[in-house]
Design a protein around this ligand. Structure first.
Ligand code: FMN
Length: 181
């Protein structure tokens, strides 16, 4: 199973977070990072990172901003207040992919767990807007690959009906950013 998480990396004292699909099994994590992101650059050059299990709206938000409340485990940054697992990179492999959209590189990362930390917090009941806002973030992050406008506006319509103020505000930001081009 692939979990949608927020991966926090650091390079030259600049903190970066991004939603990344992670395959976690026992003490190992595997990830596929597409060329062109800060996470790709950082993980090519840095051996340590954290995988943060956060609520859906925070997964989506991580596409738009790196701002957050960070803490450090030794020197590894993580998002305050959730469930974070700390890893050391034990394997890197770059593979070349070619499809109808052209050539790209994928960095395959394998990490070995160092430790984990859990903040006890209230569990929020599931809201349909949780899933929809994450789907919106995925579409948005692929906007350079395909036309997403119609699908984003469709999701926005439903989020406006079923979401909280936070869901609606974030959805509106995605729509505005998309329309900017
Ligand atoms: C739910 C979700 C899962 C994602 N999973 C991945 C992934 O597994 N690998 C990847 O390279 N990008 C993935 N992305 C896209 C990156 O998060 C996106 O390109 C992001 O803008 C990279 O940010 P950065 O430049 O700060 O690293 C995902 C996006 C979302 C919304």
């Amino acid at each position: 199973m692939i979990y949608e998480t927020v991966v926090v990396t650091k390079l030259n004292n600049r903190l970066n977070k991004a939603p990344i699909g992670t395959y976690i099994k026992d003490k190992k994590v595997r990830m596929k990072i597409f060329e062109g992101s800060h996470t790709y650059e950082n993980l090519l050059n840095q051996d340590y990172f954290s995988v943060n299990v956060v609520e859906p709206i925070k997964i989506a938000e991580a596409v738009l901003t790196d701002d957050d409340e960070y803490l450090f485990y030794r020197d590894i940054p993580f998002v305050k207040g959730y469930y974070s697992i700390f890893y050391k990179v034990v394997s890197r492999k770059i593979i070349n992919r070619e499809d109808k959209l052209g050539k790209s590189k994928i960095l395959l990362i394998e990490g070995e767990e160092i430790d984990r930390i859990y903040f006890n917090r209230e569990i929020k009941p599931y809201c349909r807007a949780d899933g929809l806002i994450v789907e919106m973030a995925i579409l948005y992050s692929r906007r350079h690959l395909k036309d997403i406008e119609k699908d984003i506006l469709e999701l926005y319509k439903i989020i406006k009906k079923v979401g909280s103020k936070e869901h609606k505000n974030l959805a509106e930001k995605f729509v505005k950013e998309m329309l900017k081009g």
